[in-house]
Each structure stands twice: as C-alpha cells, then as structure tokens.
Write a protein that binds this ligand. Sequence first.
Ligand code: HEC
Ligand code: HEC
Ligand code: HEC
Ligand code: HEC
Length: 225
Amino acid sequence: MKRALSAVLSLALMGLGGTALAAEDIVNTLHNLSSSAPVTNFYQTTSTASVCVFCHSPHTTTAAPKPLWNRGASAATYTMYNNTVSSTIDMTVEAQPVGVSLACLSCHDGTVAFDVLINGAGSGGFNPAGADQGWAWGVNGDLIANTRVTHLGNDLTGDHPISITYDNVADTAFNAAVAGKVGTLPLYTNRVECGSCHNPHEATNATFLRIANTASALCTTCHIK
Ligand code: HEC
Ligand code: HEC
Ligand code: HEC
Ligand code: HEC
C-alpha cells in the first residue's frame, strides 16, 4: 500500500518536473546564437553548437552581474529614465543599470560582440576581462545593429524604467509587492529590472515576456491603471 502510494507520488512529481522542463526552452529561441538553433536566426554563429556559453560558464566566471556570467561587460555610460527625464517618476533610480539589466545590456546596447566571453567553449580560452573568440558570423555580424528594434543603445530614456526601486508608498498607483514579487513578476533587491518582465530562457510568450500581455495584463500586474 505504502509502496503503491509512493509510486503514484513519484509519478506525479515526475509529471510536474516534466512540465517545468518543457516550459523553458531556450534552444528554440532568438537567444540560441549557436549553430544548434533549429531555425536560422538573424544572428547565429557557425563556430559552436553550445547554447549557454554566450551567457554562462560552469567555472571560472565572475558572479556579477548574473549567475555564472560569462560575458565581458559593456563599458558604456547610460542615460537613465529617471525624474530628470520625467517629473512624474517618484521612485529611486540607480545612477547606472545594475544586475540582470546590465547582463541584458551586454548584448542589447549593441556595443559588445556576442562572442566576447570570459571562458570560451571547450578547454582553454579563459580570460577574466573577456576576449573575442573570433567566431564566424553570417552577414549580419556579431553585434546587434542599430537598425534592429532589439537595439536599445545607451540612451534608455525611451525604454521602460529599470534599476528602479519598487515603492508603492512613493506612488500609490501600484500593486503591493509580496516576498520580492509583484504577482508572479520578480523584483531584484526590490528593483524593477529587464528580468522582471522578460525571461531570457523562454519565448512561449512573444518577446520572452514572463506573462502574456493580453489586454495589458503584464502592465496591470504592477500598475493600477
Ligand atoms: C542570452 C543569455 C542567456 C543564455 C544563452 C542562457 N542564459 Fe541562463 N540566465 C541568463 C540571465 C540573464 C539569467 C538571470 C535571470 C534572472 O536573474 O532572472 C540567467 C539565469 C540562469 C539560471 C539561474 C536562474 C534560473 O532561471 O533558474 C540558470 C540555472 C540558467 N540561467 C541556466 C542556463 C542554461 C542551462 C542555459 C543554456 C541551456 C542558459 N541559462 C542560457 C541569460 C542566459
Ligand atoms: C548573448 C547576447 C544576448 C544577451 C545577453 C541577451 N540577449 Fe536578448 N537577444 C539577443 C539577440 C541576438 C536577439 C535577436 C536580435 C535580433 O534578431 O534583432 C535577442 C532578442 C531579444 C528579444 C526580442 C525577442 C523577439 O521575439 O523579438 C528580447 C525581448 C530580448 N532579447 C530580451 C533580453 C533580455 C531581457 C535579456 C536579459 C535578461 C537579454 N535579452 C539578454 C542577444 C542577447
Ligand atoms: C516593465 C516591463 C519591461 C521591462 C522592465 C523591460 N521590458 Fe523589454 N519589453 C516589454 C514588453 C511588454 C515588450 C513587447 C513590446 C512589443 O510587443 O512591441 C518588450 C520588448 C522588448 C524587446 C523587443 C523589441 C521590441 O520593442 O519589440 C527587447 C529587445 C527588449 N524588450 C529588451 C529589454 C531589455 C534589454 C530590458 C532592460 C534594459 C527590458 N526589455 C526591460 C516589457 C519590458
Ligand atoms: C514589474 C512592475 C512593472 C510592470 C510589469 C510595468 N511597470 Fe511601468 N513602471 C513601474 C515602475 C516601478 C515605474 C516607476 C514609477 C514611479 O517612479 O513613479 C513605472 C513607470 C512607468 C511609466 C512612466 C511613468 C512616468 O511617470 O514617467 C510608464 C509610462 C509605464 N511604467 C508603463 C508601463 C507599461 C505600458 C507596462 C506594460 C507594458 C508597464 N509599465 C509594466 C513598474 C512596472
């Protein structure tokens, strides 16, 4: 009886695990910059089939700005969306992007080549400052071009505020955060970052959104509008 119950339980758990695994599927997204991408992405190398290497390495990387991060950081100075830009910003904005936003901007500001990595694929190729792996790219090159809508550049005043401390007392038109999240959207050290709205591993919803923005459901998770 006991054994039958635990068999049922472990089947149920396997089922849950399977669902969670099926949800995140970076291989089938624009974030697969490797030769293993099943469809031809606009940006893709022929030099490696490794998917994770463009962002993570299992060893010898720095902890910042994100887990086991493998990319050389952008040296850019950004113009932030803050209360100089908009007088109705009530919350505190960092002087420069931090954390996961900095990680995203290491490609999306268009200044750091995709293959500038701390630890290249395979043995060797370790350079703590990040080094260009010299991989082969198609005619679109190894940088997000400023003709792409995905190019955010260094002026972030035309982009939703990031690296901003979520504070629904300073502005009461916001839902309360509970245990570091607003609804299911994560805050990072209580800040809104790129990762609050996007999951870089998952494109079930268009543009890697954490929740579908049907009837602006993403926006109204935070904004009371
Ligand atoms: C385009 C960049 C990019 C690629 C490629 C990428 N990741 Fe990530 N990954 C990130 C970022 C950014 C974070 C931090 C996300 C956050 O804090 O919300 C992260 C976080 C993680 C985490 C910790 C948080 C979590 O979501 O569980 C794990 C584990 C992880 N990645 C595994 C992988 C694996 C395995 C691969 C390859 C199959 C991969 N990633 C490919 C950008 C990437
Ligand atoms: C290793 C480089 C790299 C990193 C790091 C990276 N991206 Fe991307 N991302 C890309 C490329 C390349 C594309 C495709 C661009 C194109 O085709 O114009 C892309 C596309 C996107 C798109 C558009 C998807 C679509 O369907 O149109 C979004 C949204 C996006 N990235 C968000 C993020 C966020 C958020 C982060 C950080 C959590 C991040 N990216 C980190 C390289 C990167
Ligand atoms: C408050 C939520 C939110 C934050 C924070 C946010 N984004 Fe987005 N982002 C969106 C939404 C919603 C879309 C889809 C817009 C559309 O469909 O045109 C989007 C689209 C994109 C696109 C695709 C280009 C486009 O306009 O279609 C990229 C690339 C992108 N975001 C990157 C980032 C990066 C990098 C950051 C951090 C610097 C970031 N986003 C922060 C909500 C957000
Ligand atoms: C994770 C929470 C979160 C989500 C999701 C979110 N926002 Fe925001 N938004 C904020 C915060 C925090 C501010 C800064 C408010 C302040 O300082 O008063 C802000 C500011 C803004 C502003 C600027 C207001 C000003 O005073 O200049 C606009 C416009 C805006 N958001 C629109 C959107 C839209 C549209 C969406 C959906 C695509 C969205 N937001 C999704 C948290 C969020």
